[in-house]
Design a protein around this ligand. Structure first.
Ligand code: PRT
Ligand code: ZN
Length: 299
């Protein structure tokens, strides 16, 4: 196939988003082999190649149409959007999907023992961060003037080194903050990974593959929590039992041969089915309960 008709998707080369990004694409059916330099993954069963790059480069690569698509943290693209705006350019990449990995938040944290009285406390303080534009935006929205100390990493040690009074950094479990005797006081941005695409119009073949990929991503995201549940129920308890099925739309109801007072119910539950739910179903008269994982789903 013509090289220009193969989709290019930029993913983080090595970091927190690498495994979940690759895992998502493999679940979408992609088989790929990595070149010698390890920088490109060649799709073997789809016209889609992966570009392995630093996450910070992904918005530019997509904006400049070097890559058609990118998987990156919302934090990175929102920082980029503000940085471009400050330079008088508009960000032109488009967010196609929010994904269910890479969850974290950009938060302001202060040293333990600080009497933080609210955002106003930040007035005139020095705040260390690797996200100067998002922090400046947060402060400007609240009309707070503070000094932003832009660092390239190890933000959490800045207060101990006397370089800052507070920090603005990504937090997921919070253990890095605890280890550095800091605690979160304000959330600047809730983040997760997103799929972005170039603003440039793509040839029809490529667009078709973008659509197919999106459909598969939706399918993969839906089945993660979904379960297929089967059970027998007395007709008299049908309404109650249907009400107990978590997140299911229209279950299939099948008559049971030789048991006019009973039916079989099959339903896809779009939430996890917990033991408590099964216990409640049993209490309501259900029997022969079976819960199965769902492998693929296409609406
Ligand atoms: O080399 P490259 O530039 O590609 O990688 P990177 O070092 O810039 O990025 P990386 O791999 O650390 O993170 C990639 C993306 O993962 C981020 O842009 C976020 O979208 C997302 N993410 C999710 C996180 C975290 N969780 C996270 N916890 N990114 C960074 N962290 C940091 C956090 O700042 C803290 O210093 O991890 C540390 C531990 O966090 P706790 O709260 O779990 O202790
Ligand atoms: Zn980075």
């Amino acid at each position: 196939m013509d090289k220009d008709l193969r989709l290019k998707l930029a993913v983080q080369k090595s970091g927190r988003l690498t495994d979940p990004s690759v895992d998502l694409l493999v679940r979408c059916g992609l088989k790929f082999s990595r070149g010698k330099d390890q920088l490109v993954g060649y799709g073997e069963n789809m016209p889609l190649d992966l570009l392995f790059v630093r996450d910070d480069d992904i918005p530019d690569l997509v904006q400049e149409d070097v890559s058609d698509l990118g998987l990156v943290g919302l934090n990175v693209i929102e920082e980029k959007r503000l940085e471009l705006a400050a330079r008088g350019t508009a960000a032109r990449f488009e967010v196609l999907r929010s994904l269910d990995f890479g969850r974290c938040r950009l938060s302001i944290a202060v040293p333990d023992g600080t009497l933080f009285t609210g955002p106003d406390w930040l007035r005139g303080k020095r705040i260390a961060t690797t996200y100067p534009y998002l922090l400046a935006h947060y402060l400007a929205e609240r009309k707070i003037e503070a000094e932003i100390v832009t660092l390239s990493g190890a933000v959490e040690i800045a207060p101990r080194l006397g370089r800052a009074d507070a920090i603005c950094d990504l937090v997921s479990t919070g253990s890095t903050l605890v280890a550095n005797r800091l605690h979160e006081v304000e959330t600047v941005l809730e983040s997760h990974a997103v799929l972005i695409r170039t603003p440039v119009a793509l040839p029809a073949v490529k667009n078709e593959w973008v659509e197919r990929l999106l459909m598969r991503i939706d399918g993969v995201q839906q089945v993660k929590e979904s379960k297929y549940i089967m059970l027998h129920a007395p007709r008299a308890a049908l309404a109650e039992i249907r009400g107990l099925l978590p997140g299911s739309e229209s279950p299939t109801i099948i008559p049971l041969d030789g048991h006019p007072d009973k039916v079989a119910i099959h339903a896809v539950c779009r939430e996890n089915v917990f033991w408590e739910t099964l216990e409640s179903l049993k209490k309501a008269g259900a029997s022969a309960l079976l819960v199965l994982p769902v492998e693929k789903m296409l609406a």
